[in-house]
Design a protein around this ligand. Structure first.
Ligand code: ZN
Length: 307
């Protein structure tokens, strides 16, 4: 009986070894095609959860709940999350903002972040309409949370990135030197002052990436190498018809980063009729659009930026 047990123990070990080997094989396969792991449905669900919190303007209780949601999700995938809290003068007086910054520890602890992946998570303040920003604020944040989950399956790749969720992207009035881009201006200023700009070779910013009628309109002044790798990824994944250039430049959270010398591409669909209207609701965005953008970005990262 003992022998019998031992024998079955041995065969069980052999089976486990084979099973482990098989799992390792599967993992290797997914390292080569990490983009396939990205789920548009997951990204959509995150956007939905945020929209369900209602309007999420800077300084609101709903935005604090957004921070808690994003943080909880990222931590569940193994990311370390910190808050970069600061105050700034706005047309509505001095306000407090908080960026969320997430990093991943590599298995050998030798890899440090060299590429930024960003989204803003606030929604624009409106006094007269209920603005929930399903696409503008919700979609890119949902996408970045899902990217965090997928990247975490490849810890060395994840460790090369720093995820930044910007507060206060929206202007209270109009974009000026002192209104709008509060989070990214502060983040860029901190990098410059602490002499950390050289740590980053580039970045991708996502904004309004869920429009069910998807046309990503890259700013004409996008960093050329990043634009090339996005177009090449779109070609390879046969979704090139969803990507083009916008007819003029765009001011967004990539602007302060470009100004300090970090080339960041703004992956944005500015061809969005419901932009800054009460109609920017969940029915305007689709899981499929989120999947297209998420997979193209991960393909580009795997083939160029994180190589
Ligand atoms: Zn906006």
């Amino acid at each position: 009986m003992n022998r019998g047990l031992r024998r079955s123990d041995i065969s069980c070990r052999a089976f486990l070894f084979v099973a482990l080997f098989a799992v390792t094989e599967v993992r290797c396969a997914s390292a080569e095609s990490i983009w396939e792991e990205f789920s548009g449905e997951n990204a959509f669900t995150h956007a939905k959860r945020l929209v369900e919190l209602g309007p999420r303007p800077a300084g609101s209780a709903a935005l604090e709940k957004s921070r808690a949601y994003i943080t909880e999700q990222l931590k569940s995938f193994g990311w370390n999350v910190s808050r970069q809290t600061f105050s700034a003068k706005t047309p509505r007086g001095v306000m407090t903002f908080a960026n969320l910054i997430a990093t991943f520890r590599s298995p050998d602890r030798r890899v440090s972040p060299s590429f930024l992946l960003c989204s803003h998570y606030d929604t624009k303040t409106f006094d007269t309409i209920s603005f929930v920003g399903a696409n503008d604020g919700g979609s890119s944040t949902g996408l970045l949370i899902e990217m965090a989950r997928v990247l975490a399956t490849q810890p060395t790749q994840a460790a090369k990135t720093e995820l930044v969720f910007f507060d206060g992207e929206e202007a209270f009035e109009n974009f000026t030197e002192t209104d709008g881009l509060y989070g990214s201006r502060h983040f860029a200023g901190e990098l410059r002052d602490s002499k950390q700009v050289k740590w980053f070779r580039g970045g991708m910013l996502f904004d309004m990436v869920g429009d069910k009628s998807l046309t990503v309109t890259l700013p004409p002044e996008s960093p050329a190498n990043l634009a090339s790798s996005v177009f090449a990824a779109a070609d390879a994944l046969r979704v090139r018809e969803h990507f083009t250039y916008f007819d003029r430049d765009i001011t967004d959270d990539h602007t302060p980063l470009n100004a300090i010398g970090i080339p960041v591409i703004d992956i944005i669909d500015f061809d969005f009729p419901a932009w800054h209207t009460a109609g920017d609701t969940l029915d305007q965005i689709s899981a499929d659009s989120l999947r297209i953008v998420g997979q193209v970005a991960l393909y580009a990262l795997a083939h160029s930026e994180l190589k």
